[in-house]
Write a protein that binds this ligand. Sequence first.
Ligand SMILES: [Zn+2]
Length: 596
Amino acid sequence: MISLPFGPLPAHTPRRFVPERVDWSEWSGIAPLFDRLETRAAQCQTAPDLERWLLDWSELCAALDEESSRRYIAMTCQTDNAEAEGAYLHFVEQIEPQLKPRQFTLEQIYLQHPFRTRLLESGARTSPSPETRPAAAGDVPRRYDVFDRNTRVRVELYRDENVPLETEEAKLSQQYQKLSGSLTVQFRGEEKTLVQMARHLEEPDRALRREAWELVAGRRLQEAGKFDAMFDALAHLREQIAKNAGFANYRDYAFRARCRFDYTQEDCLRFHAAIEREVMPALRELQMERRRQLQLDTLRPWDLAVDPLNRPPLRPFEKTDQLAACSQVIFDKLDPQLGANFALLRSRKLLDLDNRKGKAPGGYQSTLAEARLPFIFMNAIGVQRDVETILHEAGHAFHALAARDEDLYAYRHAPIEFCEVASMSMELLGNEFIEPFYPPAEARRARRDHLEGIVEVLPWIATVDAFQHWIYTHPGHTGADRAAAWLALMDRFGGEVDWTGCESARANLWHRQLHIFLHPFYYVEYGIAQLGALQVWANSKRDKAKALADYKGALALGGSRTLPELFAAAGCRFDFSAQTVKPLMALVCQELAQLN
Ligand SMILES: [Zn+2]
């Protein structure tokens, strides 16, 4: 028996095109809906006809998306239920591969449709705010511009000969995950996964931390040759994919494939330079303070996760009921509408927060695309990280609710660079009201930890991104060239850590970063979004009501606007140069000093 944490959730808008009952497990039940859309497209005689057709297609996409989400949620909430797992895998393996070519055909039909130009011209925006117009002179923003632009890229990049290469890429990615996940070490007579070993890096006993760190690093180094060979094969495949699609290198292909219309390769290089100039001094300062507090001569790789004052971990709550109730107090204080949104999630049982046997690890927010309601999944165990996670995922959930009344499926979600502004802003804004969880001194410590995490992660984002820029603009490089390029980045962004005697581990540290293997170039988004979130937070310090109103207004635009427009609506600059980074880092440092 497959069950879901929530009860029945009716569709936000009654179905007009998709029949009430469809057997989503059988392709023979789904295919006729695509057939009908193909036939209907030919019958569209006006721009409004074509618009109606887009909305019907949208309805089908939402129904399919919700079916997939429901199966995923059911599986992750009960990994020990074979039926739930089977239902999800059936959908992924039997249904989704059949969907792809059919969706692609509809995209082509749309682009070639005789009434497409008419639709683009006729489609004025419903609720544009004048200050969110794009910068380009003479550009009149229109309702379907963003949709049209994204659809064009998908069709433009499609190559038959890349399909088997992408399958090969997916297989190699799976091998990476399998190898990483299989690694274990013997620690104090017990076999431990590398994930389980991470908590020993928080132990006050330095010798124990070192032992744990060296075991893990040593285990990874045993496989270094395999990781390198796997990556060589992946990089080679990606170069070929780019070439087939007519690009000089994979970097340029990846930028296009990720619909990066609003920033360039050079903007990313400027972002790296800005991090180096404006964030590295703050990181070095934090590292020196940590070294002093730990009373060490040098900071070693195993000294970075322990509390520098040897305090026991923060304990914000015992039970997840408290987690939900205290979070509710925070959102109520922040903004009545956000408070009401969170109350809705609680009353509809759209939260599954407990860590319990049979639940998949991690946390995520998923949107039920037809009910247009968000669901939050977590494994809370009573640590500060859980508080940050619920604030983060609630930000994503607020985004989904804000865009609820948008009828075009593609516009109900924003690009990832802005989705993470929604969630990361909520971490920063929520942390200002974290007292329901802590007495005042501990609340300050929690805020400090969070801000320190931001200072630490930005240089790592720059490292991972810059490394990939190097890799994909140096085709045919050797393993030695690549290691040298990585080490040069570690010199730029590593700070004051003493790696003497651990040189090989340092040179191969990138093997741990899954994105480099699985999701090339997908990492800088978090840096871009963090800069947006810091701006929302900075705005809230000047005028909380306005900052929140802008934040909510931008969320409500969903994915209907370009990134610069979405950022502008949220009251932020879409710019990642030192000019933007500098004042934000000054604010973070000032805040950190006050929290001491
Ligand atoms: Zn997120």
